[in-house]
Design a protein around this ligand. Structure first.
Ligand code: SF4
Ligand code: SF4
Length: 152
């Protein structure tokens, strides 16, 4: 004798799934063939679920706006900031960060001539796809370009 639960299950089987097939539906076993299929336009890319307003993603650092006050280093509970004395700027290690945004809150930033108010040197972006093979890859370190050029 069919029960109410069985009817409900059959009804749900006929409905569209709620899954977000990110990044693609029926992904091949390896990344190389996935990339090839994407390049040939053979698979449709589904975007990730949108992030909400105020989302705390990868921290972005604008050295031009940094006045070298070191407040971000003082408040960071994860020791994710490093002082670069030669440049009087900071280096941020994304792999150590816990995305609390305390550094963004305290950052005074800098006001350029003609601007009404100072703009912070630090900001939380909406970027969250930050997986990497190396925790010290360029992708996971925010620093002034001179630091890399001079090997500091
Ligand atoms: S977001 Fe938090 S953990 Fe990350 S660098 Fe800033 S203060 Fe440190
Ligand atoms: S990033 Fe902001 S808080 Fe950190 S040293 Fe620069 S100005 Fe100060």
């Amino acid at each position: 004798m069919p029960t109410k639960a069985m009817f409900l299950m059959i009804k749900q089987m006929l409905q569209r799934p709620f899954t977000n097939p990110f990044p693609v539906k029926h992904a091949p076993k390896d990344v190389t063939s996935l990339v090839e299929k994407i390049q040939k336009g053979e698979v449709k890319i589904y975007p990730p679920v949108p992030v909400p307003e105020g989302f705390r993603g990868k921290l972005h650092y604008d050295p031009e706006r940094c006045i070298g006050c070191r407040l971000c280093i003082t408040v960071c509970p994860a020791n994710a900031m490093e002082w670069i004395p030669e440049l009087r700027k900071i280096r941020h290690y994304v792999s150590r960060c816990m995305f609390c945004a305390l550094c963004v809150d305290v950052c005074p930033g800098k006001k350029f001539p003609g601007e009404e108010k100072a703009v912070k040197a630090l900001s939380m972006s909406e970027e969250f796809l930050i997986a990497d093979y190396d925790k010290y890859s360029d992708n996971l370190i925010e620093e002034p370009p001179e630091a890399k050029e001079k090997g500091i």
